[in-house]
Ligand binder design. Structure first.
Ligand code: FAD
Length: 489
């Protein structure tokens, strides 16, 4: 008899774990609440337009190559990608803009045009970012942390210190560049992890190296192409996926989990991999009100607009940012005051710049992301959303895309309410648990339950972290542990 694994959730981590386990001979059943694969990284198809609903920036391709190779797949063949050049443009309220590209001399020239002399500290800062990236992958995220004690060795603590873990990202960027705007350019990436650059540890300057050193990539057909390829990998390796089926509880006997209850019946399991977000699994599926992960700090969230436009803007790059006049005030509004800023940071993604297949001819599937508080704030989302959307559209129209509102065929949106109700993310926190220093490494919840030793976790709120490549690593690390602790036969 094969061991039966129930995977709760067909997000990137759930599908990656499922494909690997199916390939290794486990009897794998993925149970997914939504009708489509990918979870936060799913893609919607609406009236001939395709929208990646969450992630739009693909980093660290070597991680997917390793994952696909583990089941005999070929990432580059199955998910063809292009590297974006330039990476993105940032626009400022005074009409100035800055082009960021992996051709470092061009980025430096662009920096000097924005703030004369500001490129002086760039190469050193970039080299430090590269070092932080290399150390973090080697010591902290690239491999499983077997125990708390194994992390706190003199070598590891020295490595952590070298990454500048204890300094503040925005403070160091200001020291390096002098100019507030340039400092913002080289620190705002911490918002990808749901952290304010003014609070984030300097460690996260590694994200700058990820973007500029390794590059920003785009899979033809959108990020949804990755989820679809993972779906195929599960099926081709003999696994089963049950979409539109919600797990409503986890049955336990003594120190083991034995089955899941779902919206269409009970499924027995020899082991469970929970890809649904970890605090939700503890709080809702296990009903463990005392678990410390429920008291941990969550990330804020995001307001997303998906605009089906009846035209393309020819000079619009694939990725652009409309920066606020005062990044610190904007971040403090979101992260401290729990409100959508009057002067928000706005991210635009126009995949039509790279891929004509995302919208009907001549049209654009424009994605807009505005960092926002989660449900743990005084905002009344249902009441306030229409006015907030109107304000964002007017801002984009005035600052970047003239006539925008007249060109919208239809529009859909997501708020933290959606992240909470549809994707089962506690507090609607789009990126899961926060990545402050006390919630990373061995302090982030383990990828196995302490009591139920056949209940494993894979995904954004367990180790190592959030982000598509990191949750893929999470899946691989969890599978490695399962192979050791519960071998297939
Ligand atoms: C707006 C946004 C933009 C982002 N941008 C980027 C980016 O550009 N680059 C990047 O690398 N990362 C980005 N991220 C982060 C990245 O999307 C996530 O870290 C990653 O996709 C999380 O994957 P996961 O497998 O851990 O979880 P999820 O994608 O949340 O998957 C969990 C799955 O479990 C399912 N589920 C939950 N409860 C149940 C239940 N009871 N029964 C059955 N199924 C259930 C959910 O429906 C979901 O499909 C972004 C995230 C968001 C929200």
């Amino acid at each position: 008899m094969k061991r039966r694994v129930v995977v709760i959730g067909a997000g990137i981590a759930g599908l990656t774990a499922a494909a690997q386990l199916a390939h290794r001979g486990y009897d794998v059943h993925v149970v997914e609440k939504q009708a489509i694969p990918g979870g936060r990284a799913a893609q919607a198809q609406w009236e001939g337009f395709r929208f990646d609903l969450g992630p739009t920036l693909l980093f660290m391709l070597d991680v997917y190559r390793t994952a696909f190779a583990s089941w005999g797949g070929d990432f580059d063949r199955e998910v063809p990608t292009i590297r974006l050049r330039p990476n993105y443009t940032l626009h400022y309220p005074d009409g100035k803009s800055l082009v960021i590209t992996s051709l470092l001399s061009e980025t430096m020239a662009s920096l000097d045009a924005l703030a004369p002399g500001s490129s002086r500290g760039f190469l050193r800062y970039f080299a430090e970012a590269a070092e932080s990236y290399e150390i973090s992958r080697r010591e902290f995220v690239g491999r499983r942390i077997p125990s708390f004690a194994s992390f706190f060795t003199p070598n590891k603590l020295h490595a952590l210190w070298k990454t500048g873990a204890l300094a503040r990202l925005a403070t160091r960027a200001k020291q390096a560049f002098g100019d507030d705007r340039v400092a913002g350019v080289f620190s705002f990436q911490s918002m990808y992890l749901g952290m304010s650059p003014f609070d984030a540890p300097l460690l996260y300057r590694l994200l700058l190296f990820t973007e500029l050193g390794e590059g920003i990539h785009y899979p033809i057909g959108g990020i949804g192409a990755l989820a679809r390829a993972l779906h195929r990998a599960v099926i081709e390796n003999g696994g089963a996926i049950h979409y539109a089926t919600e797990v409503t509880g986890i049955e336990r006997e003594g120190q083991r989990v034995v089955a899941v209850q779902t919206s269409s019946g009970r499924v027995e399991a020899d082991l469970i991999v929970a890809n649904a977000d970890l605090p939700y699994v503890y709080g809702t599926l296990l009903g463990e009100t005392q678990d410390r992960s429920l008291r941990m700090r969550h990330t804020p969230s995001a307001l997303l607009l998906y605009l089906a436009l009846d035209r393309r803007y020819d000079d619009l790059l694939h990725h652009e940012f409309l920066m606020p006049s005062d990044l610190q005030r904007t971040c403090d509004d979101i992260f401290r005051r729990g409100r959508i800023p009057d002067d928000p940071a706005i991210y635009l993604c126009a995949p039509g710049a790279s891929d004509a297949s995302m919208a009907p001819p001549g049209c654009e599937a424009l994605y807009v992301l505005v960092p926002s508080p989660s449900l743990d704030s005084p905002m009344d989302w249902p009441a306030q959303t229409p006015a907030v959307i109107d304000r964002i559209l007017r801002t984009i129209e005035e600052r970047r895309l003239p006539g925008l509102r007249q060109r919208i065929r239809f529009m859909n949106h997501r708020t933290p309410v959606h992240f909470h109700d549809e994707l089962n993310l506690n507090l609607g926190a789009a990126f899961g648990l926060s990545h402050d220093l006390l919630q990373i490494g061995p302090m982030r919840p383990d990828n196995r339950h302490a009591r139920y030793r056949n209940l494993y976790f894979a995904g954004a709120s367990t180790r190592p972290a959030t982000g598509v490549p990191l949750v893929s690593m999470s899946a691989m690390q969890t599978v490695e542990r399962i192979l050791e602790e519960m071998p297939v036969a």
